[in-house]
Design a protein around this ligand. Structure first.
Ligand code: ATP
Ligand code: MG
Length: 555
């Protein structure tokens, strides 16, 4: 069933931008996507990318890519590269590539400006003491005894912090705002901390690093970002954002918030995804079960379908959980239009065409009936074939239109065959199914006038290639593992990967490339995995043909 697609009206961010442009407040808009390079991008980031790049495109503006690399401990160049590759793959290009770390010198001088204005001070309190003196939402906090240091002393101490004179945690720089503010974040927020850590870009040049609240808004302002879009948890931070920009007299960037995209049966924080990788619950960031862009790409999801999903999920002002089946619907909808049809037998049983004599027959099959000009592929037909074991029944119920003794079926793109008898081994297992075929019944030039109910997929044994198929299920048994009691990893579905190693594919699949998408007839959508080699073909199931998942994950 197709989810209803609403008339495309503007979302609330687009409405704001449209009004800003109409009022003449801005001649053009500039947004930014600001990932922290501490992990791979996930589908939640895709929503932010779609929004930031999408609104800019829509209103003739531009988008910067800015790496928010102010925490040297967790960040890495590997992540920078993967993030760039993922954004490009999603189909977006940025106007400029910036790094918050490029602004360290400028940020340092802005911090000095705040100190000179009497708006920031160096505090010697320990983090514990600061937390204790912070107060509660209903009780004001207590001023630090270091709050009234002179400007000269603060400037000197801040220089010494930068020069590495103090140990980590010994001193911090705080904004002097209001220890009684109802917004706890305005109770003298921390602007800089000491960290003797090697930074992936600035190396050991710095031992003090700006906090998010000081780096982000100032970076936006330095780039003249007009609309700085972030997620709802930053609402209380907006006051610091505005305070810093006003105090420093910078370009007035504005922050707007939307709800994070959440998707059912998975987790969406890089910290949690990193645990799955490090603890080997998955094979890596690009494991096809991961909600990462790289995982989804490897699984066969397309950039189009991910963008379509972001569009359909839309953006909200309140958190909600989006059903993973909407994403799968988008993937299926696209793959049905674009994927090449191929035949693969997952659980083979041998069929012998007893009246087949002479040379093999070269048949043709459409690559994609949904797409004109998609061409044809060659399908060889010979005396010995494989069909699915489950497509034959010895004692079929009524309405079993597949293969049974005395019954006729069509082999897809080939002939009508009639089953005559079966051969069994000593244990009673069927080893061969014997059939006769009708040479005049060839698909496309059938002159028999016969009507058969069932059509089966098949492969010619001597032409087939053996392939490994990987079928994926939900990575979690819980719809919202992050919200469950206890550790989210207790809710991992330990049966989420099903490997079929004895499957046989028609020979056209030898030529498959990783960027191609396939529909294995009657089975599902698949793509070739990077684990394939010249002798080994591995295919990932991208998605089933139809929505089949019930809320109960099978044990
Ligand atoms: P995570 O919690 O997964 O680590 P993050 O917010 O720390 O995410 P960042 O690299 O800081 O990750 O995010 C870059 C941008 O992507 C930010 O603007 C952030 O708000 C946005 N973003 C992150 N997760 C989501 C999500 N689930 N939905 C929408 N936007 C998101
Ligand atoms: Mg972050």
């Amino acid at each position: 069933m197709e989810p209803i697609k609403e008339e495309k009206s503007l979302n609330f961010i687009e409405e704001i931008i449209e009004a800003d442009l109409a009022s003449g407040n801005y001649k053009s808009i500039l947004t930014r996507f600001p990932p922290e390079p501490n992990g791979y991008l996930h589908i939640g980031h895709a929503s932010s990318i779609w929004l930031n790049f999408g609104v800019a495109q829509k209103f003739g503006g531009k988008t910067n890519l800015r790496f928010d690399d102010t925490n040297p401990v967790t960040e890495d160049t590997e992540y920078v590269e993967s993030i760039k590759a993922d954004i490009k793959w999603l189909g977006y290009s940025w106007a400029n590539e910036f790094y918050a770390s490029d602004y360290f010198e400028k940020l340092f001088s802005l911090a000095n400006q705040l100190i000179e204005q009497g708006d920031a001070y160096v505090d010697d309190l320990t983090p514990e003491a600061i937390a204790q003196q912070k107060g509660t939402p209903t009780e004001p906090g207590i001023n630090s005894p270091f709050r009234d240091r002179s400007v000269a002393e603060n400037l000197e101490l801040f220089q010494q912090m930068r020069a590495g004179k103090f140990a980590e945690g010994a001193k911090i720089l705080r904004a002097k705002i209001d220890m009684a503010s109802p917004n706890m974040l305005l109770r003298d927020p921390i602007l800089y901390r000491i960290k003797f850590a090697h930074h992936h870009r600035t190396g050991d040049a710095w031992c003090i690093y700006p906090m998010y609240d000081f780096a982000h808004g100032q970076s936006d302002a330095m780039e003249n970002i007009t609309h700085s879009i972030c997620t709802l948890e930053f609402i209380p931070h907006r006051a610091i954002y505005d305070w810093c920009i006003a105090k420093l007299g910078l370009y007035p960037s504005h922050q707007y918030e939307f709800a994070r995209l959440n998707v059912s049966y998975t987790v969406m924080s890089k910290r949690k995804l990193l645990q799955l990788v490090n603890e080997k619950h998955v094979s890596g960031w690009d494991d096809p079960r991961m909600p990462t862009i790289s995982g989804m790409r490897r699984r066969g999801y397309t950039a189009n379908s991910i963008r379509e999903f972001c569009e359909r999920a839309g953006i909200a002002k309140r958190d909600k959980l989006n059903d993973i089946s909407l994403l799968e619907f988008c993937v299926r909808e696209e793959l049905n239009k674009t994927s090449y049809r191929r035949m693969v037998v997952f659980d083979p049983v041998k069929v012998v065409i007893t009246n087949f004599e002479g040379a093999d027959i070269i048949l043709e099959g459409e690559n994609n009936p949904e797409e004109e000009n998609s061409g044809i592929r060659i399908i060889p037909f010979s005396k010995e074939l494989y069909i699915e074991r489950e497509d034959f029944m010895e004692n079929p119920p009524k309405k079993f239109f597949r293969m049974a003794v005395g019954q006729s079926v069509r082999l897809k793109s080939a002939f009508i065959v009639t089953c005559t008898n079966v051969i069994k081994d000593e244990a009673g297992n069927i080893t061969e199914i014997h059939c006769t075929y009708i040479p005049e019944s060839k698909s496309g030039s059938d002159t028999t006038g016969l009507k058969v109910q069932g059509t089966l997929h098949w492969v010619s044994i001597k032409h087939a290639i053996q392939v490994e198929l990987r079928e994926y299920d939900r990575l979690f048994k819980s719809e919202n593992p992050a919200m469950e009691e206890g550790d989210f990893k207790e809710y991992i579905n330990t049966d989420s990967l099903h490997v079929i190693s004895n499957a046989f594919a028609e020979p056209a699949l030898k030529e498959a490339t990783e960027s191609q998408r396939f529909q294995f007839l009657r089975k599902g959508y698949f793509c070739k995995d990077k684990d394939s080699s010249d002798e080994k073909w591995v295919f990932n199931r991208t998605v089933t043909l139809k929505e089949s998942f019930s809320k109960e994950v099978k044990k």
